[in-house]
Ligand binder design. Structure first.
Ligand code: ZN
Length: 267
């Protein structure tokens, strides 16, 4: 990237920060990340999916905990050995998968410390309630379920319309009946309302979606602090650089809070 582009990007970032950061354009208290546990409960919520599942942004996360006892063994953080952008083609997606699938201790200190690593996807959607794009930040397991749902619905619909695709159509995403995952269905929104929503969704400029920012990559020093605080059984702390000087624990540099990080309300 040339200097002109860099400067332009910096300018855009400053402008964005002044306008509410990544949540700019959304009402107070609403974030780009759809709150899975609250916004998708009950009847669910209508969305337009903006991108083919083969091209969804994927990244890796280190986290470990026990859901039943609400214990955190490793505080959730993004693996540094993760893509910074969504793939544009199937070939690129395959290359990216091959490149990032395995932990890489040379790139990510958490990989080096053998911290548990899981795959996440960000599903870009248009939210008709706010007329804005947002993302559904899902674990691999949930994405598999959603893609199965989509394949089934599309297969049934193609008996009547060979070119039917759920991408760009109005769908409803909600928690599944057993509460353990999510489902996606066609929406029964009235035709003219749905047509307007689809039109608005088609106007979203996807190049505005900064996945790198959404994935909230941290500085290595922050990650080292997280790993030091992790449960001994879940991280190989022998590979970590020592905490600087022998300052008492409570005076150690606190891990910065991340108000703009993906919510941890998933399961
Ligand atoms: Zn990692």
């Amino acid at each position: 990237m040339g200097l002109r582009d860099q400067l332009k990007k910096r300018e855009e970032r400053r402008e964005k920060a002044a306008n509410g950061g990544i949540n700019g354009g959304l009402p107070e208290g609403v974030t780009r990340y759809v709150r899975l546990s609250t916004e998708l409960k009950g009847e669910g919520k209508p969305f337009v999916i903006l991108r083919d599942p083969d091209l969804w942004y994927f990244y890796y996360v280190h986290e470990a905990g026990d859901f039943a006892t609400r214990q955190t063994y490793i505080k959730k953080h993004t693996c540094l050995n993760s893509p910074r952008k969504a793939p544009e083609t199937i070939e690129e997606a395959e290359e990216m998968f091959a490149k990032f699938e395995k932990p890489n201790p040379n790139v990510c200190i958490s990989d080096k410390a053998k911290a548990k690593r899981g795959l996440y996807f960000m599903v870009p959607v248009f939210d008709p309630e706010y007329n804005e794009w947002r993302v559904l930040d899902f674990k691999e397991f949930h994405v598999s379920n959603l893609i199965n749902d989509m394949d089934k619905t599309e297969k049934a619909a193609r008996k009547f319309d060979k070119s039917y695709t759920m991408i760009g159509d109005v769908v409803v995403i909600r928690k599944s009946a057993d509460g353990k995952s999510y489902t996606i269905e066609s929406s029964d929104m009235e035709d003219d309302k749905a047509a307007k929503v689809k039109d608005d969704a088609a106007k979203v400029d996807q190049s505005e979606i900064d996945y790198e920012e959404l994935a909230n990559f941290r500085e290595e020093s922050d990650i080292i602090a997280i790993l030091h605080e992790a449960h001994d059984d879940h991280v190989d702390k022998s590979v970590l650089p020592a905490v600087e000087s022998a300052q008492p624990q409570d005076e150690a540099t606190p891990i910065p809070s991340d108000a703009d990080a993906p919510p941890e309300d998933d399961f």
